[in-house]
Ligand binder design. Sequence first.
Ligand SMILES: Cc1cc2nc3c(=O)[nH]c(=O)nc-3n(C[C@H](O)[C@H](O)[C@H](O)COP(=O)(O)OP(=O)(O)OC[C@H]3O[C@@H](n4cnc5c(N)ncnc54)[C@H](O)[C@@H]3O)c2cc1C
Length: 448
Amino acid sequence: MHRVVIIGSGFGGLFAAKALKRADVEVTLIAKTTHHLFQPLLYQVATGVLSEGEIAPATREILRRQSNARVLLGLVEDIDLTNRVVKWRFHNEYHETPYDSLIVAAGAGQSYFGNDHFRTFAPGMKTIDDALELRARILKSFEIAEFTDDPEERRRLLTFAVVGAGPTGVEMAGQIRELADSTLRDEFRSIDPSTARVVLVDGADQVLPPFGPKLGRKTQKTLEKLGVEVQLGSIVTDLDDEGLTLKRKDGSTERIEAACKVWAAGVQGSELGATLAEQSGAELDRAGRVVVDHRLNLPGHPEVFVVGDMAAVPGVPGVAQGAIQGARYAAEAIQARVTNTAGPGSFTYRDKGSMATISKFAAVTQIGRLQLTGFVAWLAWLFLHLLYIAGFKQRITTLLSWFITFITNGRAQRVVTNQQMVGRLALERLGARSSGKLIHGEDLTERN
Ligand SMILES: Cc1cc2nc3c(=O)[nH]c(=O)nc-3n(C[C@H](O)[C@H](O)[C@H](O)COP(=O)(O)OP(=O)(O)OC[C@H]3O[C@@H](n4cnc5c(N)ncnc54)[C@H](O)[C@@H]3O)c2cc1C
């Protein structure tokens, strides 16, 4: 049986596995999380609208009826291209899985543009851990402000800075504003949550750069009407637990004291890109993504496909559709190889448009030349997101949660735990490679 190994359970990995459902192959999907994450709705977990389960169903459950697919929980550390073996670990157990065809869809992480020390004080928005930690930071800022007497400290606690004015930054800023203005109204006695300051910062000259200047201007206007302060042409030069420093294009600087910072700028391709590049001679672009050929293959390796956010393909943006279409293409090419038939030609990407929500009932959508704003765009956003959330149960509960939030302004997911608050520091101590069970408090940073 032809052995296909897939790395990752995101859009690329999951859709590749599903596309191989009827193929005469043995699929092994290895991912470092047990779930398939719908990243576009992470910001709603961070702001209490949705629970993590609604946007992250178990991969195993999604693939339960696909008898040719097996799911393994593990962190892939290396790929041996010569011997065709994937090397992975679960905590301190090491495994090797051989393959005949390989689809690498390990995605991308957050880039801090060389300032990795910002990470501790400004979580990104890539994982469920990030979203839950941000939820804790946002809600706890209001809680602490309630009993803080020092007016300056109270102002700092009620200042929220979002770095990066792409879709995620715009959505986060809009949601924090709504949380402060509507959800938390009348709940505090010493503070008025609506006096919170929400600042959206970006080095570019417009918000939502990929949407073009017209939609960018409209979005900025809507955000400002909501009460979000938009600071464009401003680069973050320093960031610590107290706040952040901005440098503008004219050379002036500004210090913003803000307890809660969100980093929604920049992506960095998976570390696995480096090992693939080193062995195959493939190039990495500035964001660390692997430059693949017109068939999404590594140079000299027609059996290895790199798809999704970790691949650099001209004209293909780092969006869900890029990963889904790449995954389906790779699956088709593998099936052709197995059946000894002519494979697909070069990979071509079909742009299905982009969208971002700004607030309740307001969004922007661009499909080809068609640009939509306001309520119609929001309806399109609602429909498409429901369509792509994996799992029937998840669709129903998400729809119900949205209904409650849109009608009452209430949010059902406001639980904040200590683990959410301190988890990042614990993980940093354990090392980036920590996963799974802890064994007698060993130092996991060292490979034994
Ligand atoms: C906050 C946010 C909002 C977004 N909004 C939108 C949107 O509105 N519309 C849109 O189209 N796109 C959006 N995107 C982009 C979209 O989510 C990505 O383009 C898409 O998820 C890419 O799919 P992927 O499979 O390449 O990577 P991912 O979905 O990131 O999946 C990567 C997978 O690889 C696994 N993995 C990584 N490293 C390893 C390893 N070493 N070992 C084992 N497993 C590993 C991960 O656990 C994960 O399962 C958004 C992204 C983010 C972060």
